[in-house]
Write a protein that binds this ligand. Structure first.
Ligand SMILES: NC(=O)c1ccc[n+]([C@@H]2O[C@H](COP(=O)([O-])OP(=O)(O)OC[C@H]3O[C@@H](n4cnc5c(N)ncnc54)[C@H](O)[C@@H]3O)[C@@H](O)[C@H]2O)c1
Length: 276
């Protein structure tokens, strides 16, 4: 089941890590997992509840992993059990992939100022930003001193994206957490980075209002005039989690076809559509 198109090699040989955030074969975390496995990494996976185990188990097995841990990041007992299980299985950890976000559907459509509730705000920030701090602290306690961690973010943290709303605020917090974690763990040689991916069709992306327009607009307005390929995100993850990424920490690295770099699109369909 693992996609053979991921470049193989030994960049992650001898390294063991935890992947948090695979829901199905479209998950960004799954692309990352396949790329890391293709480079020799040994993987463990968390899944969010029994319903997702059915999908995650065969994926994990296809990359040789039998370590599947039920972990909702809002449940402290499950977080404790996850990292205790890793410590008892491996002793030490080399890397952590955090690819988890959530906001209620009612928060992800319409006006930010009108739609954002206190509960919606708290839960989005808790699950999408604090969980990286919480998992990062637990991972660091059992991590080798040359270890690395990554999280997944989106441009909605830096610029207003319609309907992304409170998730944009959560991603801004997540990127700030990444920098603070990098400073705390840097003296130990542990690197902490974020990948800012362009829109990719996943379960999480489907929850955002007007997603269809988002994909079309990104394709038309990005430097590469194309949508983001999760293989590019997986390649960036490999760089940041392997020794290739030495000295790179506290960074938010964009993998979005250059969408973030564009102020006004070049000649092309988008400009033509605005012509009088
Ligand atoms: N798809 C995109 O366009 C895109 C772009 C940039 C960044 N991202 C980010 O990438 C990450 C992965 O998302 P994805 O797009 O692959 O979608 P996905 O739906 O495949 O993955 C989201 C994961 O978050 C998990 N999750 C949500 N709440 C949780 C909780 N309380 N406890 C444990 N796990 C929980 C889900 O189980 C799921 O595995 C997210 O942080 C997302 O914001 C996605």
């Amino acid at each position: 089941m693992a996609d053979q198109a991921f470049p193989t090699g030994t960049l992650m040989a001898g390294k063991r890590g935890l992947i948090m955030g695979v829901a199905n074969k479209n998950s960004i975390a799954w692309a990352i997992a396949q790329q890391l496995a293709a480079q020799g990494a040994e993987l463990a996976f968390t899944y969010q509840g029994e319903k997702l185990l059915r999908r995650v188990k065969p994926l994990a097995e296809s990359v040789g992993s039998d370590t599947l841990l039920d972990c909702d990041v809002t449940n402290d007992d499950q977080m404790d059990a996850t990292f205790a299980a890793l410590e008892s299985k491996w002793g030490k950890l080399d890397f952590l992939v955090h690819a988890i976000a959530f906001a209620g559907k009612d928060q992800l459509a319409g006006s930010f100022i009108d739609q954002t509730t206190r509960e919606g705000f708290k839960s989005a920030l808790d699950i999408s930003a604090y969980s990286f701090v919480d998992a990062g602290r637990r991972a660091a306690a059992i991590m080798n001193d040359d270890g690395a961690m990554i999280t997944l973010t989106y441009l909605g943290s830096e610029r207003v994206i319609p309907n992304y709303n409170v998730m944009g605020v959560a991603k801004a917090a997540l990127e700030a957490c990444t920098r603070y974690m990098a400073a705390d763990l840097g003296p130990r040689g542990i690197r902490v980075n974020a990948i800012s991916a362009g829109p990719i069709k996943t379960l999480a992306a489907a929850g955002i209002g007007s997603g269809r327009h988002m994909f079309r607009f990104n394709k038309a307005a990005s430097a590469m005039q194309d949508n983001t390929d999760s293989k590019g995100v997986a390649g960036a993850a490999l760089y940041l989690l392997s020794d290739l990424g030495l000295s790179c920490t506290g960074e938010t690295h964009h993998v979005d076809g250059g969408f973030h770099a564009i102020g006004m699109p070049q000649e092309g369909p988008l400009r033509e559509s605005l012509a009088e």
